[in-house]
Design a binder for this molecule. Structure first.
Ligand code: FES
Length: 329
């Protein structure tokens, strides 16, 4: 799916906490219905500190018509931006949708599909599972959460998949054995996955170990809170010879764009590498929160994906232009 620009007004018609720390928001769409594919996400323009910030959330397929839009948002404890702004919305509030996109479109070429969701990663998987099931494909889903009270849309998925849904609650010691799951797959199976980095990396590594076709592993990550505290930091940009402050609730990418710098970007989730910038010096260890950079690049600490990665405070010096954006290995 091509990224689509939208200028659509949506009105909140329902908002409630459906699992611990996860809020469902349902919107009525004004004017023409928007076309949203399974697994797609929609970008909202959210009021924050007197300005608008743009944040994308995966669409939940809960069987509503095309004039309604449902998302589920996990409140990030350190959030002063997107998730907190979404949680503040009340019934009757109006908000602008500015775009939709799908980095993980569903393909129908296989007969057997496995869907893996971790935590809030269930949201895009609701649409993927429903769409595949509708077309008569074999679909099994594994849903991982810390505890039952932190799992969302379990009833929805149980109604859709019945015994083909397996729940893995860490609190019950029933974590997903990713190696065993992948080892049991045949080469024609397509696996869709959305979850935290740990789960994503475990499945990617098992997939490579078993020599399964890379194109049959489709994944998307969601906001990774990193391994270091989320704090403000400053950046000196070589090209402009200016210093930019990056707020606690702001990404480096947004800080650069808002200060008038030109930076390429696409996924804003640490997956595509387009927003990569060169790091010349940093007085703290980079908190890499992407799934794009290679281990070698992380170890070299000479670049980062500006849409998600940051410093845990302090200062660094970067260059934006003249960096190759493809994978290094
Ligand atoms: S915009 Fe895709 S990795 Fe940053």
């Amino acid at each position: 799916m091509q990224a689509t620009q939208l200028n659509t007004t949506a009105t909140v018609v329902e908002t409630r906490e459906i699992a611990k720390g996860i809020r469902l928001l349902r919107f009525a769409i004004a004017g023409d219905p928007i076309s949203v594919e399974a697994g797609a996400h929609v970008t909202f323009a959210l009021p924050h500190d007197g300005q608008l910030i743009h944040r994308s959330y995966s669409v939940v397929d809960d069987g509503q018509g095309p004039d309604m839009l449902t998302v589920a948002v996990k409140l990030e404890p350190a959030s002063k931006g997107g998730s907190a702004a979404m949680w503040r919305l009340s019934v009757g509030d109006q908000i602008q949708l500015t775009g939709n996109d799908n980095s993980m479109p569903v393909s129908y070429g296989a007969q057997t599909y496995v869907v893996v969701a971790g935590g809030i990663g269930i949201t895009p998987m609701t649409g993927v599972a429903r769409t595949l099931r509708k077309t008569g494909k074999s679909v099994t889903m594994h849903y991982c959460a810390r505890a039952p009270e932190e799992a969302a849309f379990v009833d929805l998925m149980q109604d859709l998949l019945g015994d083909d849904l397996t729940l893995h609650y860490a609190s019950a010691g029933a974590t997903l054995d990713t190696k065993a799951l992948v080892a049991a797959l045949d080469r024609a199976t397509i696996l869709y996955m959305c979850g935290p980095m740990g789960l994503t990396e475990a499945i990617k590594s098992a997939w490579a170990e078993h020599g399964l076709p890379p194109q049959n592993l489709r994944y998307e990550t969601f906001g990774n809170s990193g391994t270091r505290p989320t704090r403000p930091f400053t950046v000196h940009v070589e090209e402009s010879d200016r210093t930019v402050e990056v707020g606690e609730g702001q990404t480096l990418l947004d800080a650069l764009l808002e200060s008038g710098h030109q930076v390429l970007s696409d996924c804003r989730k640490g997956e595509c590498g387009l927003c990569k910038v060169v790091v010349h010096a940093a007085d703290a260890e980079i908190d890499h929160r992407d799934v794009f950079l290679s281990d070698r690049e992380r170890a070299a600490a000479d670049c980062l994906c500006s849409c998600v990665s940051r410093l845990p405070g302090g200062h660094m010096s970067i260059r934006i232009d003249g960096i190759p954006h493809g994978r290094s290995d």
